[in-house]
Structure formats: structure tokens, C-alpha cells
Design a protein around this ligand. Structure first.
Ligand code: GDP
Ligand code: MG
Length: 151
């Protein structure tokens, strides 16, 4: 099923200037970028986004980190996009993330793991609506899709 997901290059990824590399990985898989912006996450937005982790030992640090500099927020669309992007991102802790995944290739610590990706269809819908207005998400056709999608 074609659906959308929310992906975000965290402040460490923006500072390390790997936004382009990360976008390339999703583009070459055949996924479609339908929304994107460089932005700062307010403490209020960070707390809402990460509310499932409130009370955990790493929560305060996580909120501090995600608000510490600009992030690059994106909406991607495609077949099974939530599962596929989670696979391309790799395990939460970079020490367990396989080589070839983004976290496996670019980082060392769980507290600086470069990228966020929604973990389910429900969180994707919730997170997209937290970060994007409807008019910031575009619908457009790509002729190349006849070579990517089955008929
Ligand atoms: P994700 O969906 O793979 O990003 O992982 P989670 O939803 O479980 O956690 C959200 C974010 O919190 C992770 O991406 C990490 O940046 C951070 N985090 C998760 N677990 C830990 C932990 O045990 N220690 C620290 N320092 N940070 C963590
Ligand atoms: Mg998560």
C-alpha cells in the first residue's frame, strides 16, 4: 500500500552536512519526497513528538538534543514506506545497526543517531500532522514510476 511517513535529520546530521547523502538513499530506493523543510523544533513540539518516552532516563537529554539546532523535516511517500524507511535507517542503537543502514554507516551513539523515522502507520499520520501543514505536502507524478512500481 502506498502511504506516507515522517523522517527527520536530527541536529547532528544537519551539522555534519549529510542531509544530501540521506536524501539520496531514499531517492535511489524509489521513494518520493513530498514535503521538506529546515526548521527548529521548539521544546513544546519536541515534548509532543517524543511523548511516548516521557519519564524514561534519556528523555530530558533527548528533548535537549532535538532542540539544540536546526533539523531537516521530511515527508516521504511510497509502497510500504514506513517499514522500508525503518529498515534503511537501521536499529535505534548504532552499535546494533547493520552496515549499509544510515545509522550503521554514519554514527556511533544512540544519543546522536542522525535520523528519526516514524515506526508505524499511526505514528506517521500523527507526526506528519505535528510537523507539516496540509499545504506543505505536495502531490505530483513522476514518469520514472512506471519503471519502479509494478503495473
Ligand atoms: P527510534 O524510533 O529508533 O528513533 O527509537 P525510539 O523511539 O526508541 O527512541 C527515540 C530516540 O530516543 C532514539 O532515536 C534515540 O535518539 C533516543 N534513545 C532511545 N533509547 C535511548 C537510550 O537508551 N539512551 C539514550 N541516550 N537515548 C535513547
Ligand atoms: Mg521511535
Amino acid at each position: 500500500m502506498v502511504s506516507k511517513t515522517f523522517l527527520m535529520v536530527k541536529p547532528d546530521g544537519v551539522q555534519r552536512q549529510i542531509i544530501g547523502d540521506i536524501i539520496s538513499r531514499f531517492e535511489r530506493k524509489g521513494l518520493q519526497l513530498v514535503g521538506a523543510k529546515l526548521m527548529r523544533v521548539t521544546t513544546e513540539l519536541a515534548e509532543e513528538h517524543y511523548k511516548e518516552h516521557k519519564g524514561k532516563p534519556f528523555y530530558e537529554n533527548l528533548i535537549q538534543f532535538i532542540t539544540s539546532g536546526p533539523v531537516f523535516a521530511m515527508v516521504w511517500q511510497g509502497e510500504n514506506v514506513v517499514d522500508i524507511t525503518r529498515k534503511l535507517i537501521g536499529k535505534t542503537n548504532p552499535k546494533d545497526a547493520e552496515p549499509g543502514t544510515i545509522r550503521g554507516d554514519y554514527c556511533l551513539y544512540v544519543s546522536k543517531n542522525i535520523i528519526h523515522g516514524s515506526d508505524s502507520e499511526e505514528s506517521a499520520v500523527r507526526e506528519i500532522s505535528l510537523f507539516f501543514n496540509e499545504d506543505e505536502i505536495l502531490e505530483y507524478n513522476k514518469d520514472i514510476d512506471v519503471w519502479i512500481y509494478k503495473s
